[in-house]
Design a protein. Structure first.
Length: 158
C-alpha cells in the first residue's frame, strides 16, 4: 500500500504554532503577529505581555516553534536553533521593530517552544509518561503536546 499524498497530512508546523499561540494567550500574552516574514526570515509568533501597570513594563517575545514527530533527528527541534538561525531571527526581529517603532524600547527576548506531534493510535505509552505537557490539542488523528517552553532561549543555548 502506498502512502497518501502529502496534502493528506496536516501541516504539523502550523498546528504546533496554533497550540503555542493558544497557550501563550491563556497565560496572559497578546499575540501581535503570526508568521512575521521579511527578507531575513520568518518569526513564528510575536507576543506582548503587559504587567498591567504601564506600557513601559511590556515585554516582547519572539517565539520560534519547533514541532517534531516521533523519530526526529534533531533532538525535538532543539538542534535546529543554530547560530545561523539565531542570527536570522535577530535580523527579522530588528525588521519588526523598525516597522513598529513604538515597540522598539520594550524589553525583548527570544523564546523557543518544543512541540511533539504524535499519531493518536501510537500515543498510549506517551500518555502514561510522568512528564506532563504544558498544553495539548487533538487535531484529526494527531495529538500535539507543548513539551517545553524555553524563555530567553538564546541565552541558554550553547
Amino acid at each position: 500500500m502506498t502512502n497518501p499524498p502529502a496534502s493528506h497530512y496536516p501541516d504539523i508546523g502550523h498546528l504546533g504554532e496554533d497550540l503555542v499561540a493558544q497557550w501563550l494567550q491563556s497565560t496572559g500574552w497578546l499575540i501581535l503577529h503570526r508568521r512575521f516574514f521579511c527578507r531575513w526570515g520568518e518569526i513564528d509568533i510575536i507576543a506582548q505581555y503587559d504587567d498591567g501597570r504601564v506600557t513601559q513594563n511590556s515585554t516582547l517575545a519572539f517565539v520560534e516553534v519547533k514541532t517534531r514527530s516521533l523519530g526526529n533527528w534533531d533532538f525535538g527541534g532543539r538542534n535546529a536553533i543554530t547560530v545561523k538561525k539565531q542570527t536570522k531571527l535577530w535580523r527579522t526581529a530588528e525588521m519588526f521593530l523598525a516597522q513598529y517603532p513604538e515597540k522598539a524600547d520594550y524589553p525583548c527576548r527570544f523564546d523557543v517552544a518544543i512541540v511533539s506531534c504524535l499519531p493518536v493510535a501510537n500515543n498510549v505509552s506517551q500518555r502514561n509518561s510522568t512528564h506532563k505537557p504544558l498544553a495539548s490539542s487533538l487535531v484529526a488523528d494527531y495529538e500535539f503536546q507543548l513539551q517545553e517552553y524555553i524563555v530567553a532561549a538564546f541565552d541558554s543555548i550553547a
